[in-house]
Design a protein around this ligand. Sequence first.
Ligand code: GLP
Length: 244
Amino acid sequence: MTRLIVLANAAAAGETGADLIEAAVAADPALVLGVATGSSPLGIWAALARRRLDVSRVSAFALDEYLGLPPDHPESYRAVVARDIIRPLGLDPARVRTPDAQGDPEAAARDYEAAIVDAGGVDLQVLGIGRNGHIGFNEPGSSLAAPTHVAELSAETRRDNARYFSSLEDMPTRCITQGIGTILRARRLVLIALGEAKAQAVAAAIDGPVTSSLPASALQLHPDATVLVDPAAASCLARHRVAS
Ligand code: GLP
């Protein structure tokens, strides 16, 4: 069942996400955390950093990685995860993994899926959502059962994420992403969505049919999924959902 929590603002949503992770680390200091890039979870990472938790035994897996960038590119998710998550939280870099974008991508995707299984699976996966309803880089039309795989980025996602690159031409066209099957195997999911631009995707994900054309609707198949939204991101939801 999807649990919806509407918070007063983005900062409160970040604090609530941090509360969930703090409680999970307290219960299991060797937690396997699934981390997400993007602007939406930044408040969670900032709130967690302020709490100075002992995360020395926590390990983490990123959701996805671009293909085709040089290894030292500042917008590779390897670099973004180091900058926005590993350093502020004080995670051990040796325990944090992103898909390897420099070798054979198909082999890297298989290795990544195997590494998650070897780690015992992800305990708590943080997710953002794209305006088109993507999770990770699982674009509309993706299999709801796929493991980590090589994927093409949609034109909409390339336009949305081009802001991080000097031009649309510099924006990658392909990626390695955990599949929706991988994401659904995490024991707990916490999706955070902020702002009006996400409102329709959030409503479709929570109230609409489970469909590969709206990948985040797969959360409805998960037994322990929490969706954190601010009022703007909640604005297209059925009224009874927001009130409950
Ligand atoms: C990227 C990431 C997704 C993320 C999405 C939304 O495409 N691969 O994991 O959810 O961006 O980003 P933002 O939170 O910045 O809107």
